[in-house]
Design a protein around this ligand. Structure first.
Ligand code: NAI
Length: 304
């Protein structure tokens, strides 16, 4: 059976264009009722337009159901109204794709602290606020699917994007923790790191790549990650039809004895400490201490 979203209400933030628009159209075409949220700003978060309304018209013209919403995801009061409006009209919310985003790129040396704060507010606090406004509803109905939007810039770093990268890695930590807290209520929380030709990447991707990296080629991964049988706690890369998995890992490390616990000894053992042989993919923070215990035990010095 193809994946369907009948009887599901989905909120897609920043869905007035680019990736969010593609997600909203695809969800609606598979039966979801979609709240198309967008503040209608330019890439740097200034200006305004009725982008959300246009996408709602596209969905309606294709026979789908959608409503437009112009809330600023970084404003918690507006966000609670957004969620309340969806519940009032359609009775609940089942899927949330946190996708809204802005850029204010500059090298860290030249970056204004206000631009750092603004970008973190929209991406990280925006994602936390909309998710928080949905959270009690997800818990009460024992069902929720949340997709956070990270970026290769956050996962791996990117020159000139300190603010954006910090915010994008922040949503990974948010997703990993909400994955743990939501599990008991069948709330699944994943993260997508897309690469797509949108206004955000215009001029960065060469023309030919821009077309190959269409938003529509990211959409299948996003829809899978908010489907009934989605995994949870995953970080998924997607672009140009390629779907990837990304991991945060930990090496077992080296146990240094108290006699040898010096910066010099860390330097001497750096090769072994950084070796990826026997690395693990922790599934929660507590596993770091557990792995430390195992490394000590392997060195003949268990905790106890
Ligand atoms: P886009 O600029 O076309 O879409 C972002 C949308 O968010 C815009 O329509 C904008 O009006 C809206 N928005 C901005 N601030 C908002 C706010 N405070 N409240 C509500 N809506 C707001 O860009 P694109 O490429 O579609 O990006 C979508 C998401 O994917 C973003 O989070 C972006 O950081 C992320 N991303 C995109 C990549 C790409 O290759 N295009 C790469 C990695 C991540």
């Amino acid at each position: 059976m193809p994946i369907r979203f009948d009887d599901h209400v989905a909120i897609v933030t920043g869905a007035g264009g680019g990736l969010g628009r593609a997600y909203a159209l695809a969800l609606a075409s598979r039966g979801a009722r979609v709240v198309v949220n967008d503040l209608g700003v330019s890439s740097d978060g200034t200006g305004s337009s009725d982008a959300a309304t246009q996408v709602v018209e596209e969905i309606s013209a294709a026979g789908g159901q959608a409503m437009a919403n112009g809330a600023d995801v970084a404003d918690y009061d507006q966000v609670t109204e957004l969620v309340a409006g969806a519940k009032e009209r359609w009775g609940g919310v089942h899927i949330l794709i946190n996708n809204a985003g802005v850029l204010r790129d500059k090298t860290f040396a030249k970056m204004d602290p206000a631009d750092f704060e603004f970008v973190v507010r929209v991406h990280l606090l925006g994602s936390a606020f909309v998710t928080k406004a949905c959270w009690d509803g997800f818990r009460d109905q024992n069902y929720g699917r949340v997709l956070m939007t990270a970026s290769s810039s956050g996962l791996f770093g990117n020159f000139g994007q300190a603010n954006y990268a910090a915010a994008k890695m922040g949503v990974v930590g948010l997703a990993k923790t909400l994955h743990l807290e939501g599990a008991r209520h069948d709330i699944r929380v994943n993260t997508i790191a897309p690469t797509a030709g949108t206004r955000m990447t215009q001029g960065l991707l060469p023309d030919q790549a821009f077309d190959a990296f269409s938003p529509e080629r990211v959409t299948p991964a996003a829809l899978f990650l908010v489907s009934r049988d989605a995994p949870s706690g995953q970080i998924v890369g997607a672009g140009a039809g390629v779907v990837q998995a990304s991991y945060v890992t930990l090496t077992p490390g080296v146990a240094l004895s108290d006699d040898d616990l010096t910066p010099d000894a860390v330097a001497d053992h750096w090769g072994a400490i950084a070796s990826r042989e026997r690395e693990i993919i922790p599934t929660s923070g507590g596993e770091q201490a557990m792995l430390i215990g195992r490394t000590l035990a392997d060195a003949g010095r268990p905790f106890a």
